[in-house]
Design a protein around this ligand. Structure first.
Ligand SMILES: CN1CC(C(=O)N[C@@H](CCCCCC(O)(O)c2ccon2)c2nc(-c3ccccc3F)c[nH]2)C1
Ligand SMILES: [Zn+2]
Length: 417
């Protein structure tokens, strides 16, 4: 299969399960899985891919004896075999309904007891099973909701399938907007995250690649992924996040990894109000230096949309273009990329951002006027593909950003091996 250089078109595989939008944390909880269905509907109505229905069929689906079906199926783990390819002609990318992760997949990182708890906890039994919500943090942030384990299986199944697809060489870029749940720990839920799909996907990539780079632009620190790989040099984690009186509180610039991992965790702590230009002035030089010094074989990019201006929880001031520029910049290195979702609490803007960023990876331009879609009323009154910055203060003074940048670049120059 032809390898794509950074110039010619990249083969994009996109993973989506039509059930994902049905899960609800609880009324009033900021995390709304419905946002993923909104993004999918916009992606389909912009014509970037065919839709996929409950059976995984779509009008563009191929018959099982179609050569590419055989190639895809043979080239990959058994997960692919259950897959119906919907590689439709003329669309910019292929959409797949991923196999759901099972406890065997999940316990590649998480403890047996923790996954056993996730499988059996219900809203009714949560209090009792979690010792009052303390042992596994199942409570305000991480409630036990109806279908919790299925939701985790869909999220993790998508990211594992996306990693397998990159490993098989069947695509250059893979996308799972239901993934990116970066706070989940080995034995406990945290920050709306229960199963760390990112860690599971990176473990899959490590079967092929000696070095994997993880980049996190969610407004919250990617603590679960950093912790999982804190003492190894086989994964470099780089998180750009709001820091100071903000959840989860970790991610200080001085936290750089330990043991063989010393120097392989990068934290870029930022203040609220950061705008496109100041964000890029620190993001681009750091990513350039990381790629130069670390030379990863593959990149995992968590595109949490709560770093957009106007997010309910975030406090940053990035525009749609500014947020998407991170994906565009990473794509240009021409390395295999797995792009994942994450946070994002102003749901109409989450759908806008992830639709736009899907198009960026496909190399497609989108009309700024939204196409008619199932959730059109959410996008009023302008019905545009835009997220504009506001006039809140940027508390990231240039000398602050410069000091952080110098500290990070200095550490990168001195990587031990
Ligand atoms: C004990 N105190 C509560 C803890 C706390 O402040 N938790 C953060 C959690 C924010 C999680 C952000 C998740 C994420 O965006 O990073 C994400 C989600 C998926 O991938 N990434 C938070 N919870 C809320 C929240 C929770 C329930 C209801 C309303 C809320 F505002 C807002 N922010 C401390
Ligand atoms: Zn977040």
């Amino acid at each position: 299969t032809p390898t794509a250089s950074s110039s010619n078109p990249r083969r994009v595989a996109y993973f989506y399960d039509p059930d994902v939008g049905n899960y609800v944390y609880y009324l009033g909880h900021p995390m709304k899985p419905h946002r993923i269905r909104m993004a999918h509907n916009l992606i389909v109505n912009y014509g970037l891919c065919d839709d996929i229905d409950e059976t995984g069929e779509s009008e563009g689906s191929r018959s099982v004896n179609d050569p590419i079906v055989q190639e895809y199926a043979e080239g990959d783990g058994e997960r692919a075999k259950t897959e119906r390819l919907t590689g439709s002609r003329g669309k910019s990318m292929q959409v797949f309904r991923p196999r759901r992760a099972d406890r065997g997949d999940m316990t590649k990182f998480h403890s047996d007891e923790y996954i056993e708890l996730l499988e059996k906890v219900t809203p009714e039994t949560a209090e009792y099973l979690t010792g009052g919500g303390v042992r596994c943090l199942i409570g305000e942030d991480c409630p036990a909701f109806e279908g919790l384990f299925e939701f985790c299986s869909i999220s993790a199944g998508g990211t594992i399938a996306a990693a397998e697809t990159l490993n098989s060489g069947a695509a250059d870029i893979t996308i799972n907007w239901a993934g990116g749940l970066h706070h989940a720990k080995k034995t406990e839920a945290s920050g709306f995250c229960y199963v760390n799909d990112i860690v599971l996907g990176i473990l899959e990539l490590l079967r092929i690649h000696p070095r994997v780079l993880y980049i996190d632009v969610d407004v919250h620190h990617g603590d679960g992924v950093e912790e999982a790989f804190y003492t190894t040099d086989r994964v470099m984690t780089a998180s750009f996040h709001r820091f100071g009186e903000f959840f989860p509180g970790t991610g200080d610039v001085r936290d750089i990894g330990m043991k063989r991992g010393k120097g392989y965790s990068i934290n870029v702590p930022l203040r609220d109000g950061i705008r496109d230009d100041s964000f890029h002035s620190i993001f681009k030089p750091i990513i350039n230096s990381i790629i130069e010094h670390y030379q990863p074989g593959a990149i995992v990019l968590q595109m949490g949309a709560d770093s957009l201006a106007g997010d309910k929880l975030g406090g940053f001031n990035l525009t749609l273009q500014g947020h998407a520029e991170c994906a565009r910049f990473v794509k240009a290195f021409g390395l295999p990329v797995m792009m994942l979702g994450g946070g994002g609490y102003t749901t109409k803007n989450v759908a806008r951002a992830w639709t736009y960023e899907t198009a960026v990876m496909c190399g497609k331009e989108l009309d700024e006027n939204l196409p008619y879609n199932q959730y059109m009323e959410y996008y009023g009154p302008r019905y545009k593909l835009e997220v504009l910055s506001n006039n809140t203060d940027d508390h990231n003074h240039p000398e602050y950003l410069d000091a952080i940048k110098r500290s990070v670049l200095h550490n990168l120059k001195n990587l031990p091996h």
